[in-house]
Design a protein around this ligand. Structure first.
Ligand SMILES: *Cc1c(COP(=O)(O)O)cnc(C)c1O
Length: 459
């Protein structure tokens, strides 16, 4: 063993190999040296563990160095195929932009733009102006602004309207979104005092009324987007809170979470409020995410009465959480599509994946199955149901179709891992001991790649 260890080639020897000349040409010497060290480290531990008893050839080592280089040069953030069926998959980047939105990002990212420039007047403009009109037209709101995400939107709203005072919220709505975003903590961070009213399952008008006092600055309603309280329950409809706000002169704020612009009843999804409904009910300020049910880029959209929105635009926090030009480009393109609902349903992936019919899903699954069979993989179409994801619509499952891969050569766990560890990973899900590829979230242009890869992995 010691002899083997002593015979391991030196870094400099490997550096000069013809097999790594390509690497030498394209990468810094320090990177190439690091990849060589990685390969030598692996070799050394394999010798020490007894796994390796004869040294590989220099040529083989050169190939290993190239493979390590290829692996380490892959971007950490890169595309994957979502075969989980979960449309708003938090770990896989929530939703996907429409082609129109992605093209808009590309155009704006590559050059100078009117981000803060008013071309007619020839002087400074505001980045808030680009999507405000469109947002107002689509939702009926008086005024609008956009920030980095909805968590930031809620912070800006509370900091602007209620710093140093109390905010009244129902005990049934003290949401934790995930990570460390919890309504009570956010209040504290914004310098507001949370005044909880009611109980977990029931909150009445009189609970709000009794809590209002000198220190009250706002009434907050939070959409329990990622959970539901069912059974013996009562919560105050937004319109009643708005009426109370009017009587007492307090602003009514709503954190809508997902913020859909279309009534999801169309797709068989119940009880998910629309943004327009909140505006119609007379809410003073409402906020929601750009990248949940809306299907746009990550953003926090704030709508409401002009005096409130104006104050938020001037708040110092607004500068810290502002959106960049790529987000504005993508959001504008997404919102424009909503002017024609039919088109929105076809072009915006999130909506298209919600709207797709069971028949179309079955046909896609059959197509993938056929592609796999052509390649010798005995797959099977199975009916399934799955969640929308992204902390939306928590109690409803959408009926869907998937392809079950055979488990004769690899176990479902081994196959899942093999598909996941590709350069373009395929993320499936294991249900009842079978590896499933749910077609709801698979793009048609990826079908061939999936079939090729699965056939290769399962061969
Ligand atoms: C998702 C969500 C948020 C956070 O939105 P991000 O855009 O992820 O920052 C805040 N409140 C509610 C109710 C949510 O559902």
């Amino acid at each position: 063993m010691n002899e083997l260890l002593r015979a391991i080639p030196k870094v400099t020897e490997l550096y000069d190999l013809p097999e790594v000349s390509d690497l030498r040409e394209h990468y810094a010497p320090s990177s190439v040296t690091e990849w060589i060290r990685t390969v030598l480290e692996q070799l050394r531990s394999a010798i020490l563990s007894g796994e390796v008893t004869t040294l590989p050839t220099l040529e083989e080592l050169g190939d290993r160095i190239c493979r390590v280089a290829a692996r380490e040069s892959l971007p950490s953030l890169r595309p994957v195929i979502n075969a989980t069926g979960v449309i708003l998959h938090t770990n896989l980047g929530r939703g996907c932009l429409s082609d129109r939105a992605a093209d808009a990002v590309y155009d704006i990212a590559r050059g100078y733009s009117t981000l803060e420039y008013n071309v007619e007047a020839g002087h400074r403009g505001s980045r808030h102006d680009h999507v405000e009109k469109l947002l107002c037209r689509l939702t009926g709101a008086e005024s609008a602004m956009v920030v980095n995400n909805n968590a930031a939107a809620v912070m800006l709203i509370l900091s602007t309207l209620a710093q140093g005072g109390e905010v009244i919220t129902s005990r049934g709505e003290l949401v934790e979104i995930g990570g460390s975003f919890r309504v009570p903590d956010i209040m504290e961070l914004c310098g507001c005092h949370l005044r909880e009213v009611g109980t977990t399952n029931k909150t009445h008008l009189s609970d709000y009324e009794r809590a209002i006092g000198e220190q009250t600055r706002a009434l907050l309603k939070v959409h329990t987007s990622n959970y539901r309280i069912v059974g013996f329950t009562e919560s105050l409809p937004l319109s009643d809170i708005v009426a109370l706000g009017c009587r007492t002169g307090l602003p009514v704020v709503e954190d809508l979470g997902s913020g859909s612009l279309v009534d999801l009843e169309h797709y068989g999804i119940h009880d998910e409020p629309t943004v327009q409904n909140s505006i119609r009910a007379g809410v003073d300020v409402v906020s929601f995410s750009g990248d949940k049910l809306l299907g746009g880029p990550q953003a926090g959209i704030i709508l409401g009465k002009k005096p409130y929105i104006d104050r938020m635009k001037r708040h110092p926090l607004a500068r810290a959480i502002r959106v960049d030009k790529m987000t504005i480009a993508a959001l504008w393109a997404t919102l424009t599509t909503y002017q024609d609902l039919h088109r929105a349903e076809q072009e915006i992936p999130t909506l298209a994946m919600l709207a797709v019919s069971g028949e179309d899903l079955r046909a896609s699954a059959a197509q993938l199955c056929a592609l796999l069979k052509e390649r010798g993989v005995a797959a099977e179409v199975v009916a399934q149901s799955g969640p929308v994801g992204g902390g939306s619509v928590p109690t409803q499952l959408l009926p869907t179709f998937a392809v079950a891969l055979p488990a004769d050569k690899l176990s479902p766990n081994q196959a899942e891992q093999a598909l996941r560890c590709r350069e373009k990973p395929i993320i499936g899900r294991i249900t009842e001991g079978r590896l499933l590829l749910d077609v709801r979230t698979i793009f048609p242009e990826d079908m061939e790649y999936i079939a090729d890869t699965a056939a290769e992995v399962l061969a």
